[in-house]
Design a protein. Structure first.
Length: 371
């Protein structure tokens, strides 16, 4: 693509040529165009020093500036923050669980402004924050938790600047990661094109949480939406996707903000109950619990005790009956599912099972534990 002024320079002589003699005859000077600035390094012939992706991101940034894109204003608009609506993440503490684990592995660092962290992280992504889909949101939330304003640097001993305490040290992979594919990863982005070729590549310190989110090519199943996943800037690893305790996938900033507002509201109601009758409030405080699921994996419920109930208001059926899970066993995990189907449907299932004659499909005593 040519800049407009370069295109003008190329076309103008062709347009002026037929009239040049006529202009000279009547004493008019040929049209003179002002000198053009040099082409940017990334478009100069033979110059391959500047990373093409970095140049593309610069073009997006320039376009944002020309269109008066303001990440803070876009963020406030998404979350409906104004004079009457305060920041939903104010006084909220983010708590992270690994998929299927009832106990948290990390939480938000003290005195960190969540909204500012989101805004700063969004500036690392080429797509404007108000244009995100759920995959962009997954990447933003993962990046904000584990990386923040900058990834860690091995040379300087700088830790990642994400929201998580200790860079999510306790949220690392649950398998042996001695030969993890991102270890020794380097950044190829060059801040100053004049230093290209002379700048030593910096090795990045990868947060253990990122190693959990991206299990590597050998362990990551390829799902139908694999090509839609958005890799993290600089690091290029795949993000986690995030769910509530009840398994509801959090797919946008607005949705996360609504959950935070509900927690704020519940905490206020709890406080009022405490004042009226001490000891009756079982609310967990202003904590927003996120259950992180690695790329390509599915959500796993995380029960704490037998008899625990998971209400699933986001799961609906034709009779509009409330669906819930009751924990019957922790290991193996067994749940009693309420209102998943009605009595007629269950009777048909039982009848079909009893009439099955195939030896491989009919009901029979399990051989497990027989020997």
């Amino acid at each position: 693509l040519l800049q407009v002024n370069h295109l003008t320079q190329l076309v103008a002589p062709l347009l002026a040529a037929p009239n040049s003699n006529e202009n000279a005859a009547i004493g008019e000077k040929p049209i003179e165009l002002p000198p053009l600035p040099p082409l940017p390094p990334s478009t100069s012939p033979g110059n391959t020093a500047v990373d093409s992706k970095k140049h593309a991101e610069n073009l997006v940034k320039e376009t944002r500036e020309n269109n008066f894109y303001n990440p803070t204003e876009a963020y406030n608009s998404i979350l409906r923050i104004n004079a009457s609506n305060t920041d939903p993440f104010q006084n909220i503490k983010l708590v992270v669980h690994r998929n299927g684990e009832a106990d948290s592995c990390s939480s938000q660092r003290v005195s960190i402004d969540v909204s500012q962290a989101f805004i700063k992280s969004s500036e690392m992504f080429p797509k404007p924050i108000d244009k995100y889909d759920k995959y962009n949101f997954d990447a933003l939330l993962t990046y904000t938790l584990a990386v923040g304003r900058s990834p860690g640097k091995v040379k300087d001993g700088i830790q990642p600047d994400g929201l998580l305490e200790d860079s999510g040290k306790e949220c690392g992979p649950t398998w042996n990661d001695k030969e993890y594919y991102l270890d020794g990863h380097t950044t190829t982005e060059i801040s100053n094109p004049q230093d290209a070729g002379n700048q030593e590549l910096e090795k990045l310190l990868i947060s253990p949480f990122l190693k959990f989110c991206d299990m590597g090519p050998e362990r990551t199943p390829i799902q139908l939406d694999d090509k839609s996943l958005v890799a993290l800037p600089s690091i290029k690893s795949l993000p986690c996707h995030f769910h509530t305790r009840e398994g509801l996938r959090i797919s946008s900033l607005n949705m996360l903000a609504d959950i935070a507002r509900q927690i704020q509201s519940d905490a206020e109601e709890c406080s009022a109950v405490d004042k009226a009758e001490e000891g009756t409030c079982t609310n967990g405080g202003k904590e927003l619990h996120l259950y992180a699921v690695p790329a390509g994996r599915v959500f796993i419920f995380a029960p704490k005790y037998v008899g625990e109930v998971f209400e699933l208001p986001h799961v609906t059926f034709k009779d509009d009956l409330p669906v819930s899970l009751k924990v019957l066993s922790l290991s193996p995990r067994v749940f009693d599912i309420y209102n998943f189907f009605n009595r007629d449907e269950s009777a048909r299932i039982v009848d079909k099972a009893l009439k099955e004659t195939s030896d491989t499909h009919r009901m029979k005593r399990s051989s497990t534990g027989a020997s």
